[in-house]
Design a protein around this ligand. Sequence first.
Ligand SMILES: Nc1ncnc2c1ncn2[C@@H]1O[C@H](COP(=O)(O)OP(=O)(O)OP(=O)(O)O)[C@@H](O)[C@H]1O
Ligand code: SF4
Ligand SMILES: [Mg+2]
Length: 357
Amino acid sequence: MGGESNGQVIFKAIDLKKYFPLRRSLKEILTFSPGRFVRAVDGVTFDIRLGEVFCLVGESGCGKTTTGRMIARLLEPTSGKMLYKPTQETLSKVPPKYVDKDGYVDLSQKLPKRIDKLLRQEIQIVFQDPFGSLNPRMTVYNILKEPLIVHNIGSSEEERREIIYRALSEVKLTPPEQFMERYPHMLSGGQRQRVSIARAMILRPTLVVTDEPVSMLDVSIRAEILQLMLDMQASRNLAYVFITHDLAVANYLCTRIAVMYLGRIVELGPTDLVINNPQHPYTKALIAAVPEPDPSNRFKIREVPIKGEVPSAANIPPGCRFHPRCPYVMDVCKRDEPPMVEVEPGHFVACWLHAKH
Ligand SMILES: Nc1ncnc2c1ncn2[C@@H]1O[C@H](COP(=O)(O)OP(=O)(O)OP(=O)(O)O)[C@@H](O)[C@H]1O
Ligand code: SF4
Ligand SMILES: [Mg+2]
């Protein structure tokens, strides 16, 4: 279980936003109407600590993947900042003008290619769909060799083979030589996801974003893969950003949870506090929606009914974006966006029930 982490903060997202432009209709073009946007991520602020599993949870379409892809630098933020504290080894290669007084590099600044590459190496991502994310025409050996070539790791073919051998052993694809020459279609879903994990880990990252890494796998092998990821974290002191819509998995795995709703974080705190003492009506509703296989388990809060569907991210309600579905809605909620308030140490909630108005 992802227990307490007192690790140093290695990543900070500050008011991060990602808006995708919507295709304009002919009428909009002819009438010169302003362009409209999907506000996929609409101002999220959080930090990630070394050694923790930081979880992003929420319903489909709330912006989890978009946030994860920005952290992994596969998507450029529309606005906001991402600050990253590199390892000492990398930091020693970054010219001081790119580093702030606390040792963070602002990833939104224009960085020399060489430095940018070093930083990218330290932040990796594991995707939800191992089949879609592995090139079907490449062998496992070549899939794992590619990142080594890109990042100039290993000075000879023998050395790279040795690194690949160790990476496959680490993800328990053994004996490694049996897997190296296989293509993705010659592997089971669980084995494919092990290759994806190996591909991310082979670069020895510090921060790994994992986007629903087990949701497409057979239920029987999910626990094995999650355990493998936790074991790798323990042996390497990594930070994970774990994306899931499954609160039970988040509860098992995560140190802290950030609950997202329509592009915003509505509640954030240590897992125990968010699960056992949820403060936002949406978090309460999410917990109430978790099935109860065991009546004595901790997900038995069932007081909050949630009505309606999540509105479109292209048409976000004014004020508190949860207000059309909230059983506690007040006038202020329809008008003003609630601020984040710390309700107990480390536990933050964005709801007018907890803020002065
Ligand atoms: N490339 C894109 N172009 C336009 N809209 C996008 C794009 N990517 C995501 N969106 C929209 O942004 C919003 C957030 O999507 P995102 O994939 O981040 O959600 P999610 O929380 O990961 O959902 P899920 O649980 O279904 O994976 C959605 O409304 C989605 O349709
Ligand atoms: S701010 Fe208002 S509408 Fe939003 S969750 Fe709180 S009580 Fe409900
Ligand atoms: Mg997603």
